[in-house]
Design a protein around this ligand. Structure first.
Ligand code: ADP
Ligand code: ZN
Ligand code: ZN
Length: 723
């Protein structure tokens, strides 16, 4: 017998299937991990096929050394996903297989947690003198069941335990215990479904992709839970993806409350051991629901009854580090493979997804009202240019300060939101609001400090830094923005007696930090929580009556075609935090561009209106979803080498223009906006392609690059981030 094996090394030269001889006495299955001789070394690999004949000269083949585990770690469906992803995203096979296993397992660092415990021997006459109190106590404890060695040892002394073992009264045993990643209060609040929810559930039956467009608070979570419950009842399993930042304690306790130990949670807050245990519970079928961020789409579950992607518009579903993939595509593949529905849920679907729903590729389901019947809170737009003209050049408008003072008076709570993205990058006139844009691409330019230039992240074009506004001639032109820290500092000055909490990347780096801040916020009244994107999602605080958005424009003048869309999404999400209960809420939105269409639509909660406007702009400007944006990223420690490689590839790719003509809307090669990452130099080829021939052109580019490159080259389609 022979086996086809993929070597577990992230090297281009090893990115193919190797053949080995299966030793006669080895019972091998597809999906098992093995050790094989490779040159002078022994390497790990995955068995992807077993066959009677080999394609190669069998005399030259070597034998598999040994199996790493006695079972197949990669299930048949996962091998199909591997093939699909390799083709679709141009990835190396080993790098895909790695996604399927917890990293800990590959590196062999973590294994099952083994506990030593003591068990009372049966049918034994215990003759212990009354003075041996500890011995008697141990026997008493064990009569009620087994106890761990550490518990008994600490309490009664390890030598006492030894004595009892020698006497033959108790025995020492070992067992595997699961680490408990979450100590959470379980919440199983049941509600009667409303008509909208019932209708949605009745729709979602078939092996199709559904887009659930439901306003914040419309009760989407309840629909997710019912779908999962249905799947379990049919003996099937389920995957639910949520963005990392919305894996709040609240979501977890709701799902744990409803489904108990059937739920396995996978996210970056877990320790290596915890991750491994949760993965194993899914693998063995002990847990049947995987909930987690992006990578949970690779949960080792078979027989899926439903896949759910919550907040489907979130950028984090596109992987921007290696391997680079798009979660929606993988989810769609798994849903088709399992013949189950895929549900995408959002209050603000991505323009791409909503367009697909319009085209009938996705089935659209709408929940236009909140489950509790409450209106969405009114949004007041404050013109910060006007504030400036009136002499207020601080971060806060008079309106926001007045509203904050009211909140504090009423002993309620407020959230102040600050967009994390785009710290200081774009350039804006403080008099008229003008923002410097690329003359070719109509996206905002980014200020690069190191060479004091403005650059376009799409085409690489560079511009001189402005000293005078071309629009109004003012010299009051500035970069950038303020951060959360500065806001907290200012608020402390203005409201010295009020508790002000901060939640952002800096304050949440330690485990459970999130939860601690939120718990404190929940307890404290009055209180102001200042934060980034992290406070925008999923939190349900009854006493939040005011949401302040300090600088709505921050996201707007980002450098990519999705920036307006992201601004709309963020404002809607953040606004959804206010007035979720009996307390009426309000949103104050500060902006320097009050007449921008995004604010008009966002303040009216008019998603459809926004979509119509935005999709028109995309069509006219030839941006996705009407075209495909392709970035081919080259990176290497040796700058000359990357540059050389870029040149070789570009020369070939340019020739495609003869063949494809206007199918290639844009093509150029350049340094990446961030020139060096982890000591590697980055260069890129950017392309915009008409959809008609996009697959074909992409394939041709891949073949060109693949035959020229010795090192890694990455293909990104419609990336979220062009740094
Ligand atoms: P979404 O995820 O759509 O933003 P949620 O699922 O968080 O909304 O629901 C918002 C609130 O409405 C929650 O407190 C939830 O318990 C409640 N809710 C959901 N469905 C119903 C219902 N049918 N009747 C009453 N309350 C409901
Ligand atoms: Zn440009
Ligand atoms: Zn100006």
């Amino acid at each position: 017998m022979f086996a086809e094996i993929i070597i577990d090394q992230d090297a281009k030269a090893l990115d193919k299937v190797f053949e080995y001889i299966v030793p006669d006495d080895m019972e091998l299955q597809v999906g098992m991990r093995v050790k094989v001789p490779f040159g002078k070394r022994q390497l790990q690999g995955f068995v992807v096929k077993i066959k009677d004949n080999c394609d190669y000269n069998s005399e030259k083949l070597k034998k598999i050394c040994e199996k790493i585990e006695d079972f197949a770690v990669v299930k048949p469906e996962m091998l199909e996903i591997m093939k699909f992803m390799a083709k679709k995203f141009h990835l190396k096979l080993a790098s895909i297989l790695r996604l399927f296993l917890p990293a800990e397992m590959r590196e062999g660092k973590v294994s099952e947690l083994i506990e030593t415990y003591y068990h009372l021997c049966e049918n034994v006459d215990y003759s212990i003198s009354k003075s041996a109190k500890n011995q008697l106590a141990i026997i008493e404890e064990l009569k009620n069941g087994d106890k761990s060695s550490s518990y008994l040892g600490e309490k009664y002394g390890y030598s006492t335990l030894k004595t009892l073992v020698l006497k033959g009264y108790i025995e020492k045993k070992k067992r595997e215990v699961k680490r408990k990643p979450f100590v959470i209060t379980q919440n199983d609040k049941r509600v009667t479904l409303n008509d909208g929810q019932i209708n949605a559930l009745n729709c979602i039956k078939e092996n199709k992709t559904y887009l659930l467009h439901g306003v914040t608070g419309s009760g989407k979570t309840e629909i997710y839970m019912h779908l999962i419950e249905d799947a379990l009842q049919k003996g099937k399993n389920a995957i639910m993806l949520v963005p990392e930042i919305s894996l709040t304690p609240q979501i977890m306790s709701n799902f744990k409350g409803r489904f108990g130990d059937n739920v396995a949670l996978l996210h970056s807050g877990l320790s290596a051991g915890e991750r491994f245990d949760e993965w194993k519970r899914l693998f063995t079928g002990e847990a049947r629901i995987a909930i987690g961020a992006r990578s949970a789409i690779f949960a080792p579950l078979e027989n899926l009854g439903v896949i759910i992607i919550d907040e489907e518009h979130e950028g984090s579903y596109i992987s921007e580090s290696n391997p680079r993939y798009n979660t929606h595509s993988v989810a769609e593949f798994r849903a088709r493979y399992n013949s189950c529905p895929l549900l995408l849920g959002s209050a603000t679907p991505s323009i791409e997804s909503y367009q697909k729903a319009k085209e009938g590729i996705y089935q659209l389901i709408e929940l236009p009202v909140r489950a509790n019947g409450k209106e969405m809170p009114p949004v007041q737009i404050v013109d910060m240019m006007e504030e400036l003209r009136r002499g207020n050049s601080s971060i806060f408008s008079n309106q926001l300060l007045a509203d904050l003072a009211n909140v504090i008076n009423d002993k309620k709570q407020a959230m102040i939101f600050m967009n994390r993205r785009g710290y200081s990058s774009f350039m804006r006139c403080r008099e008229c609001g003008y923002v410097a844009k690329c003359s070719d691409c109509d996206v905002s330019l980014v200020y690069h400090k190191e060479d004091n230039r403005l650059k376009c992240h799409y085409c690489g074009k560079q511009f001189k830094v402005l000293t005078r506004c071309p629009n109004c001639q003012s010299e009051n032109i500035k970069y950038g923005a303020v951060g959360t820290e500065q806001i907290v500092h200012k608020l402390n000055e203005i409201f010295p007696d009020v508790k002000i909490l901060r939640m952002d990347n800096d304050t949440t780096s330690t485990k459970n930090a999130h939860q601690k801040i939120l718990d404190e916020f929940r307890r404290t009244k009055p209180c102001i929580l200042v934060g980034t994107q992290m406070i925008a999602k999923g939190h349900d605080f009854e006493d939040v009556v005011l949401v302040g958005i300090v600088d709505g424009d921050q996201g707007l003048y980002q450098t990519d075609y999705r920036s307006t869309e992201r601004t709309f999404q963020l404002i809607t999400q953040v606004a959804g935090r206010a007035g979720r209960s009996e307390n009426a809420g309000k949103v104050v939105l500060q902006t320097y561009s009050p007449r921008h269409y995004v604010y008009k639509f966002a303040s009216n909660y008019d998603y459809k209106g926004f979509f119509r406007k935005e999709i028109n702009i995309r069509q006219t400007a030839e941006f996705p979803p009407f075209t495909r944006l392709l970035r081919i990223l080259f990176s290497d420690f040796d700058e000359n080498h990357v540059r050389e490689l870029l040149k070789v590839c570009y020369t070939e790719i340019v020739k495609l223009k003869d063949k494809y003509g206007d199918q290639i809307i844009y093509l150029d090669a350049m340094k990446s906006p961030i020139k060096r990452v982890q000591d590697k130099y980055r260069y890129q080829i950017m392309m915009r392609l008409k959809l008609e021939k996009a697959d074909e052109i992409e394939e041709e580019c891949f073949n060109i690059v693949n035959s020229a490159a010795k090192t890694s080259v990455f293909f990104e389609v419609n990336p979220q981030n062009l740094s």
